[in-house]
Ligand binder design. Sequence first.
Ligand SMILES: [Zn+2]
Length: 344
Amino acid sequence: MKKAFLFFTLAFFLLPQGLKIRWADQEKFSRLVIEAPSPVEYDVRDSGEFYISILIKGNFSAEPIPSMESKILSSLQVNKTPEGTLLTLRFKKSSLWKLFEIENPFRILVDVRERPKGKVRKFALRTIVLDPGHGGQEDGAVGRGGTREKDLTLIFCKELKKLLESSLGVRVILTRKDDSFVGLDERTAIANNAKADMFISIHFNYSDDPTVKGPETYFLSSTATDRESRLLAYKENMGEFSSAPNSDIGLILWDMAQSQYLYQSSRLAEAIQRELASEVGVTNRGVKQAPFAVLMGATMPAILVEVDFISNPTEEKLLLTPEYRKRLEQAILRGIRNYMAGLR
Ligand SMILES: [Zn+2]
């Protein structure tokens, strides 16, 4: 009797907790709801016109979904992988989706709507918008030798513009050409108005530890991957973070367009991060997700690159030399080329 009781208790605690999954059609879109017992980490692994794959990290069981008729959603496949539960949601029609989360209880919501006719944009690289971080009254980070982030991002972007134009035959637009203040909304508006195919925000990082060096590349996410990313997003957003969608209904207003480019943005971020890390000679720590306000309104693949740490005195000195900057600029060019080569 005692033995049986013990077994029962163990089994109860060892049993993976369940994800509750359901979907329903709304008036203009269909909504998939993934409910978890507590906040979970997740990634959009892949997406296209007709599907989206989401990896829910951790050991969860997924409760079977009662089959439901939907105008837009066709099926949901659930696979256990060593990393977690992989959900693949398929659409009946070419669709746009957006993903966001809400709390109490924790839910991941995916809204899918039919892609408006005639709005399919074939991918080509014609226009790139480079965004030199900070400017005007905003210095950004200041190195131990006194170098201001806003000056370095401007020099770097001007050089990178020339390199990308001559090597890729593209048009490159800068969000600022001098030491002037440009608001975050304005920066993405410049990219949207130019119908840019790519938005790259350039920054230089700061750490209290003077030995830290190397790149960190971010793409937009509705949630930051870790506390540090969240903090960085807060610093870079300079208090405009509060306007970023957070836990509830505000997220629904989040433009559907950017989530559509989430996957491409993550691929672009990975390609550039890899090349920069090997150029600076550090291990590639991978890309991060953070809710940067500057990336929020962009309707194209958009990333934020912290090229290197301005707080490392050795790197700061190197960054002031055109030769070292050129090496990093060429690493970014290689990253863009690799990303383009990887597109279907
Ligand atoms: Zn910055």
